[in-house]
Design a protein. Structure first.
Length: 233
């Protein structure tokens, strides 16, 4: 479940999903997805129900579709699009974010009470800005509206720009706190411990089509973090 990150948007080419390279359900051996590590037949026995552009408000609907299949494990990576808005004023309120996430889990467990859930934290959006701000190609593509609340005017050091980035970072951290608090209340849900947020993305781990979404290498890193957390005793 989730958004364009789990759809591996821009991982294989410009402006397109590449689900075979998804960290969660992909079949690309270079990524070595979570499903590929856990299942004998990942292409047959897993489904990618994430949607590019999704926000947390879309998660209950995704969970409803997943619940109908009574999955053994559901992965969730959601929230970047709630912070990546045209302005800080249009970011999803934290209370609404929490409520939608709670509803999503309730929706899943009402229909499929035995399903386990892995919840990944939202990547550090400030880190993505740090990696790309001095890259001319990144600055050019960011002008097309990629995460404008964080990435607009990436080299600006005026007080308003600095404050804007700090607000976005703080909101994403608040979302992560909500994900953690809700997830850790139930033994069926496993939180990543902030691993994805703490991961220091490099240029190689980012798609050079947009300098925002994970590349194949980045997708592989997400898969490794998920596998390590899920199999940890």
């Amino acid at each position: 479940m989730g958004d364009s990150i789990t759809r591996a948007f821009d991982a294989c080419g410009p402006l397109a999903d590449c689900p075979q390279a998804s960290w969660s359900t992909g079949t690309d051996p270079g990524v070595d997805s979570l499903a590929g590590r856990l299942l004998d037949r990942p292409a047959r026995d897993s489904r990618n129900l994430a949607e590019s552009g999704a926000t947390v408000s879309d998660l209950p609907g995704q969970m409803s579709r997943a619940a109908a299949r009574e999955p053994g494990l559901v992965t969730v990576l959601i929230g970047s699009n709630d912070a990546c808005r045209p302005s800080v004023g249009t970011m999803t309120p934290v209370a609404a974010f929490r409520a939608d996430f709670e509803q999503a889990l309730e929706t899943l467990w009402e229909e499929s009470p035995e399903s386990q859930v892995y919840v990944a934290s939202i990547p550090d959006l400030t880190r993505l800005w740090e990696v790309g701000r001095d890259e001319a190609d990144a600055r050019r593509v960011w002008e097309f509206g990629i995460c404008p609340s964080m990435l607009r005017a990436p080299r600006s050091t005026v007080e308003a720009a600095v404050a804007r980035r700090e607000q976005v970072s703080s909101r994403a951290e608040a979302y992560n706190s909500a994900l953690r608090e809700v997830c850790t209340k139930d033994r069926r849900c496993r939180w990543d411990g902030g691993a994805v947020h703490d991961y220091r993305f490099t240029a190689d781990a980012l798609s050079h089509w947009d300098w925002f979404h994970p590349s194949r290498d980045g997708q592989g890193e997400l898969a490794e973090m998920a596998y390590a957390r899920i199999t940890r005793r």
